[in-house]
Write a protein that binds this ligand. Structure first.
Ligand SMILES: C[S@@+](CC[C@H](N)C(=O)[O-])C[C@H]1O[C@@H](n2cnc3c(N)ncnc32)[C@H](O)[C@@H]1O
Length: 306
């Protein structure tokens, strides 16, 4: 594998993490290891997770080839199991962390993975190929009402009703097996519109459902923040408004001293801020957006443990 993924806002992430020599940093979304490699180069040590076996294989080879054997631990798993993973490894505190959410370019660009509407491939979209649930099951087995909810909620797709009705018609004749078949059903259902490919929102919605991308995200942000040393930072990069809203709300709540209703004159909840917000909705530079179109939708948020 020559190219895996171009890291988003690498300079901004490195600056925000302010890497300490021999500090321990958690990279929940290893991908091609680009962010982690920069942390290693800055003198840090890495504990990283990824659901995708390809990412683990690629990054370990990369780190070893750069001489970082012994400076990193890679776990094929879900960053939402952060607390359990740290407990298993005997890690009590971390000096910083990164969650660079969503899929890697490798996952998008590898036709067989079925993430992209640009290639005809089996309907799959699993980040972790050991998982049972895939896009084919959702498209062919979910009730129309469930499909509708997914397309509205996760795709914010205004033509969800037409798309679902055409999926149901098509699967009544024969199972929908490929991304190509799904794309042609969507193209029949959606009038030409600005803002990208007609299948973009449906594919996003299915991908989020297959990988449970939004489930437990808020808890993960809390869990990781709570294991930071005082002054340690958590960076989160989001790529769409649904995940960004969850991260923003969670960070805001964690950074607030009292959560009582405004009408109550004295605090009765006793909630104390655990973090302070350092960066909200930081965007990539124009130069980066020109070089890497994926960075256009990225938003970086950073909190620091109090
Ligand atoms: C945007 S890429 C990360 C790119 C990486 N920062 C780099 O510089 O190359 C996201 C990666 O996170 C993984 N991923 C997404 N959600 C995950 C989760 N809940 N747990 C573990 N890995 C996850 C995906 O498989 C993918 O490889």
């Amino acid at each position: 594998m020559n190219f895996y993924h171009e890291s988003i806002m690498p300079r901004e992430v490195l600056e925000a993490l302010d890497v300490k020599r021999d500090g321990l940093y958690f990279d929940g979304t290893l991908g091609g290891g680009g962010h982690s490699l920069r942390i290693l180069e800055a003198g840090g040590r890495i504990i990283a997770t990824d659901l995708d076996g390809d990412a683990i294989a690629y990054a370990s080879e990369l780190f070893d080839s750069k001489g970082y054997k012994g400076r990193y631990t890679l776990v094929r798993g879900n960053f939402k199991d952060f607390t359990h993973i740290c407990d298993e490894l005997g890690i009590k505190e971390i000096d910083g962390a990164l969650l660079d959410l969503g899929v890697s370019s490798h996952q998008f660009d590898e036709p067989t993975r079925g993430f992209s509407y640009r290639y005809d491939a089996p309907l799959d979209m699993r980040m972790d190929v050991r998982q049972e649930l895939d896009a084919k099951y959702i498209v062919n087995e979910y009730k129309p009402s469930e499909l509708l909810r997914i397309l509205y909620e996760y795709g914010e797709e205004p033509f969800a009703k037409r798309i679902v009705s055409n999926i149901v018609k098509a699967r009544g004749e024969a199972p929908v097996q490929t991304t190509g078949q799904l794309v042609s059903i969507i193209e029949k259902s959606v009038p030409h519109r600005k803002g990208g490919h007609p299948a973009k929102q449906t594919f996003q919605a299915l991908r989020i459902e297959v990988n449970g991308e939004l489930d437990g995200l808020s808890n993960a942000v809390e869990d990781v923040s709570r294991r930071l040393t005082s002054g340690g930072r958590l960076c989160v990069i989001t790529f769409h408004s649904l995940e960004d809203r969850i991260v923003k709300r969670t960070m805001k709540t964690m950074a607030t001293d009292c959560l009582c209703d405004k009408s109550i004159p004295i605090c009765i909840c006793g909630h104390k801020a655990e973090v302070r917000i350092l960066k909200t909705n930081l965007k990539a530079t124009k130069e980066e957006m020109e070089l890497n179109t994926r960075s256009k939708s990225a938003s970086l948020r950073v909190v620091e443990k109090i």
